[in-house]
Design a protein around this ligand. Structure first.
Ligand SMILES: [Zn+2]
Length: 253
């Protein structure tokens, strides 16, 4: 089975179509989907319930650093109380450009809300971090108390990944189509990290390669093929290991 550690169901359905998504997830594949607005989550949730995809596609809701809507904190806590989500995220810090850097205070506040709720309800966090790993390290003690942390589309070096693990964070790292793009940092990180810390993702319908309009949910196959090639493993063995890890780590919460 393919396990897509990170995608966005509502915009993916808009781009790829309902039938394609149902066909893909009715044949053994699994995923984690993230939503970042109340409307998006409600649509995601009804889609999953109406199509009996609970236990196949795990749901997450978070306050995204690019849109730090701290007013969603109460809604997020409601979802946790009612056990409507298995994970919190995306959350994190994004200082990729000047515009994002200007939202530092709101981003920090949103991240703290998600982190505190993750600790209170003992649920894993999906972390989005671009150019702000140092600042996240100031919270590493709290982060290490979370049951699990998924660093999605990890854009740092192996040394930085190992530093996170050394600080007792139960961290796993997922890689997207950046590895199809010859991204050296991600490729060596994937090469060097142990298999039990690795996952593949699409971030569909986002994170496109040059010339693509959007990312398809089935692009996870291309990411897996490249991941297996980098790890010098057969696709079958690679799928089996990541599949086993996903069951152990994510489908037990
Ligand atoms: Zn995403």
């Amino acid at each position: 089975m393919y396990f897509d550690a990170h995608f966005h169901l509502v915009p993916a359905v808009e781009q790829c179509g309902l039938e394609k998504l149902l066909e893909f997830y009715r044949s053994e594949n699994h995923a984690i989907t993230c939503a970042h607005s109340v409307d998006e989550f409600e649509k995601q949730d009804s889609f999953i319930r109406d199509n009996n995809l609970e236990g196949v596609i795990l749901q997450s809701f978070g306050i995204h650093p690019q849109l730090p809507l701290v007013s969603n904190a109460e809604y997020l806590e409601g979802l946790l109380k009612e056990k409507r989500i298995k994970l919190i995220g995306e959350t994190g810090l994004d200082f990729f450009n000047e515009e994002l850097k200007c939202k530092k205070t709101e981003q920090m506040e949103a991240f703290h809300i998600c982190l505190e709720l993750g600790l209170k309800y003992n649920v894993p966090l999906v972390i989005h971090n671009r150019k702000a790993l140092d600042l996240m390290f100031t919270e590493i003690k709290s982060i290490s108390k979370l049951p699990l942390v998924l660093f999605h589309s990890f854009a740092f070096s192996t040394r930085e990944a190992l530093n996170i693990l050394k600080r007792n964070v139960n961290g796993v790292f997922s890689f997207s189509k950046q590895i199809l793009n010859g991204n050296k940092k991600s490729i060596s990180c994937l090469e060097e990290l142990p298999m039990d810390r690795l996952f593949m993702e699409t971030d569909a319908p986002f994170q496109t390669l040059k010339g693509e309009e959007f990312t398809l949910i089935s692009d996870i196959k291309r990411v897996y093929e490249e991941g297996a090639r980098i790890k010098k493993m057969s696709l079958e063995a690679f799928m089996e290991e990541t599949g086993d890890n996903s069951k152990k780590l994510f489908f037990c919460f």
